[in-house]
Design a protein around this ligand. Structure first.
Ligand code: SF4
Length: 906
């Protein structure tokens, strides 16, 4: 890969080719933000090489940072070397960040000799630490060099026959165990594993909470690094490929993180399918391993007495192999797929191999949820203190944080959890200690009350229970607790109990074992239709949404335990107070009704990230309007305004390659007003059709037309069909409609692009295709309408969100109460609605221009776009060129001229 080292702002940026001016500006601005420890909001339109600018800018900064650190270390070591032996260190001092801190001896007013003694000791410790660090770094570099030069032999030497036999044996054992649906120990000892251990709360034990008992002899110090996160796995893979192709591709220590569902290489565990089952099985196996290790000689006879067989451990979790895999991961840049292949080859777990590579990695690539959800972050071994975080594709960051921390539990899940728990207690009542029984009773009570507050009865089948009241009610957390009559229960303790006792995991094991065979013994006579319902308790039959920790796994099967949902709901209730609401949604039957925790202030969960990190970059193709990020997210998270830096770069295309127009009236002078009240008028729909007919006459190739909703799109199409306008449109363009079903999208797009290609070659009266899409639908994000696929993008009206939705109303009221109103500006709640609308518009219209030679016209139909306040929310590269056309004639003339001139370019 060519390396064209570029200089911008006095910094050398290696780059694979000569960068555009905007890429140089991007890298220089990024470097400054990282160096100064700020929060940057970076906007760079798609097609401008944003990923490459991010990679080369951030890794150049890291390169210089590491170099400076090493120089400083050497200076300190040189100055401090004699002091280790003779105790004199004239030039040595603590790092600049520590100087003069209140805790230093000078500040404490101690006698001189104590101050000197303490200072010398600190200096010696520092020198020793630096030396240790140097040795560790040198060793690691040597290991990685060896691996890089010795790729073919890397595992051969280590793969001893004995180990392989052991692997086979363990695999067989785990396979047999899974096939039997039970663990050998359970079969032999009568369900030891399912019974809750004696429980003591932390206060009773007097130990600090949150201690991770996980393995950690592979742990080492975390070097300064960049955490890069994005929305989907394919975006992450694309980013890794860009790193591979960049000048940093050879020697950057990069690790790609993912869930067990993506990374597990134990076929028997993998085939369990659901995220939750895979996680549970894996954790269970690791626990077995630790327990086996920690069984003392005194315990051994007891164990034998209980006739316990060794439980299965995962053969891919071997210390030595994980160490090797960790080094392999660090030795060359790999995406998740390559990591899995390597794990299979090395017979070591890529999930844990990746985790163990985090401390020494320079670049960690991970999905949003792993970074933005504190418990997931902690569980993955991510430490943000002093690190750099880059959040890419961040235009929906506020919504993403809100969704990760919101939790919905349906009536059917409440009933399932209750029924399972009841059956579990019945079976093990005699073996459960009093504390367990007490907390289980409280859980049962909570479930009963949650169902009651929805208007249902926990003892009846939720599928056949029709609720008398229907509708949505929104409550503060306190009001919800009172109304449910659970304000006397300490939810914090219950939640802690769930966490520590792992009750949902036990319950999952219990239902896996017994499936639908059990019926609650106490309630049998009253349970009409309960058998049917119990069918849904079978593992796999439950359709609960993904837990927040795993919500990033697109299309992931859902976890099997309803109690886990309830735990999530309790967690949400106990982590927010003023910032949360509970939505009681009563819809027909109890099954379909739900309790939903709604997070109103995502900033509380972002605060820790911005507080701990050295610098945070929030980047995207279209970040406008940025006021949401500044006010809702950053100011709310306690970030001072002067720590925030905004950077917005233009597009790589020449200015005359786009023609953005705001059109206020149509060919028959009908004012374009697509407000909810007016958009359904026949004259509005007719005028829209006439505009499209005119556009289709002058625009070659593809025209993509966005409507604010599916309903409106259907209404308009039905009207055009009746009026004959649809037939007129089809003379020039074949019409395609966005399908509602996701699995049809690819097919429609394929046919759309085939049609455009065919028309381009045939040169008949049909000049291309018209795609009728929906804002926020399946084609407004992630799909590129480059070149002929999108020569014109039309936006019909303004896609305001449904202002009648109770959730949005509550959020607006919350913002009005909590955010200050800037002079001359709309109320924060109203600004939110406008911003949501314009974000959706910007996403949709950003689909058309994808590279430097691309060109397209962008047509915004609605006189409301002419407002300067609305125009200010367009991306800079459109805003600077947009023209407002009060009448259709001049707009049409400009469009015809633009497309005639550009015809020669395509
Ligand atoms: S240790 Fe790794 S390979 Fe083994 S079950 Fe867990 S995730 Fe799968």
């Amino acid at each position: 890969m060519a390396d064209e080292t570029q200089e911008a702002g006095g910094v050398h940026f290696p780059f694979p080719f000569s960068p555009y001016a905007i890429q140089k500006d991007f890298m220089a601005a990024l470097y400054q933000v990282l160096e100064a420890g700020k929060i940057g909001i970076f906007e760079s339109p798609t097609g401008t090489g944003k990923s490459l600018s991010l990679i080369c800018g951030a890794l150049s900064w890291l390169r210089d940072f590491e170099q400076k650190k090493r120089q400083e270390e050497e200076r300190l070591l040189e100055a401090g070397a004699p002091s280790s032996s003779d105790g004199v260190a004239p030039a040595l001092g603590p790092p600049s960040s520590c100087r003069g801190s209140p805790g230093t001896p000078e500040a404490t007013g101690e006698p001189d000799w104590i101050t000197q003694f303490v200072q010398k000791k600190e200096e010696r410790d520092l020198v020793d630490r630096l030396k240790e660090e140097q040795v560790r770094r040198k060793k690691r570099e040597e290991r990685l060099q060896q691996i890089r030069h010795n790729a073919k032999l890397r595992f051969a030497a280590k793969r001893m026959r004995q180990e392989d036999e052991e692997t086979e044996r363990l695999l067989r054992l785990s396979s047999e165990m899974l096939a039997a649906g039970t663990e050998p120990e359970q079969a032999a000892s009568g369900e030891e594993e399912l019974v809750l251990a004696e429980y003591e709360s932390d206060e009773e034990k007097g130990v600090p909470s949150g201690v991770d008992m996980d393995e950690d002899d592979l742990d080492e110090e975390h070097v300064t690094k960049i955490y890069y996160c994005s929305r989907t796995h394919s975006q992450l893979a694309q980013f890794v490929h860009e790193v591979q192709k960049s000048p940093f591709g050879q020697d950057t220590r990069l690790v790609s993180l993912g869930s067990r569902q993506n990374l597990c290489v134990n076929g028997d565990v993998r085939k369990l399918g659901s995220v939750q089952l895979i996680n549970d099985r894996c954790v269970e196996m690791q626990r077995s391993k630790h327990e086996r290790k920690s069984i003392t000689e005194e315990e051994e006879p007891t164990r034998r007495r209980r006739r316990q067989e060794p439980r299965a451990t995962c053969p891919f979790y071997s210390h030595e192999r994980l160490q090797l895999l960790r080094d392999e991961v660090l030795a060359g840049v790999k995406d998740v797929e390559q990591l899995v292949a390597l794990g299979k080859e090395a017979r070591a777990c890529p999930y844990y191999g990746g985790r163990f590579a985090i401390p020494a990695a320079q670049l960690v690539v991970l999905p949003y949820q792993m970074l933005l959800h504190a418990p997931t972050r902690q569980a993955a071994g991510i430490r943000l203190q002093g690190q750099v975080v880059v959040i890419d594709e961040a235009h929906n960051l506020i919504d993403t944080i809100t969704n990760i921390h919101s939790m919905e539990v349906r009536g059917s899940q409440l009933c399932q959890a209750h029924s399972q728990l009841l059956q579990y207690t019945e079976r093990y009542r005699k073996r459960l200690k009093a504390k367990n029984l007490m907390y289980i009773k409280q859980l049962l009570y909570l479930l009963e009350k949650f169902v009651a507050v929805l208007g249902g009865n926990i003892k009846q089948n939720p599928n056949t229970q029709n609720l008398s009241q229907a509708g949505t009610e929104l409550k503060t957390i306190n009001d919800f607790l009172f109304q449910s009559e659970i304000d006397n229960i300490n939810l914090f303790k219950v939640r802690r109990y769930c966490e520590k006792s792992k009750i949902s995991r036990k319950l999952l094991g219990f239902t896996e074992r017994y499936g639908a065979v059990l019926v609650p013994s106490m309630e049998q006579p009253k349970l009409s239709g309960f058998q049917d319902f119990l069918q849904s308790l079978q593992p796999g039959a439950t359709a609960a949404p993904a837990t927040p920790a795993e919500a990033g796994e697109d299309l992931s099967p859902r976890p099997a335990s309803p109690l886990m949902r309830v735990e999530g709901f309790l967690e949400a209730l106990t982590t927010a107070n003023q910032d949360g609401r509970v939505i009681l949604s009563r819809q027909g039957s109890l099954s379909q009704s739900s309790l939903k925790f709604l997070l109103l202030n995502p900033a509380v969960h972002f605060a820790q990230v911005v507080k701990e990190c050295r610098a945070v970059i929030i980047a995207g193709g279209t970040m406008q309007p940025v006021s949401d990020f500044r006010e809702q997210l950053l100011a709310g998270a306690g970030v001072e305004a002067d720590r925030v830096v905004e950077f917005s770069c233009g597009h790589v295309i020449p200015p005359d390659h786009i023609l953005p127009l705001i059109i206020c009236s149509g060919p028959s002078n009908q004012m374009l007003d697509f407000t909810y009240q007016k958009r359904g008028l026949p004259q509005m729909m007719d005028e829209t059709g006439r505009i499209l007919c005119n556009l289709c006459n002058v625009v070659p190739g593809g025209v993509v037309c966005f409507f604010p909703s599916y309903e409106y799109q259907h209404q308009v199409c039905a009207h055009w069909e009746k009026s004959g306008l649809l037939a007129r449109l089809t003379i020039r363009k074949r019409i395609f409609q966005e399908p509602k079903k996701a699995n049809r999208v690819e097919q429609v797009l394929l046919e759309y692009s085939r049609c455009i290609k065919h028309c381009g070659q045939a040169r008949g009266t049909e000049t291309g295709a018209l795609l009728l899409s929906v804002v926020g639908g399946k084609m407004s994000e992630g799909i590129n309408f480059s070149d002929d696929l999108g020569r014109c993008v039309v936006m019909v009206g303004m896609p305001y969100p449904n202002i009648m939705s109770p959730e949005l109303q509550e959020k607006m009221a919350y913002l009005d109460q909590t955010l200050p109103r800037a002079p001359g500006q709309a109320r924060p709640g109203k600004a939110l609605v406008e911003n949501l609308c314009m974000k959706a518009v910007n996403q949709s219209i950003g689909r058309a221009i994808r590279h430097q030679k691309d060109f397209a016209s962008i047509v915004l139909l609605d006189q409301r776009y002419a407002s300067p306040a609305i125009q200010a929310k367009l991306p800079a590269w459109i805003r600077d060129r947009v023209e407002v056309k009060a009448t259709f004639g001049p707009a049409f003339a400009a469009l015809r001229k633009f497309h005639r001139e550009k015809a020669g370019l395509s």
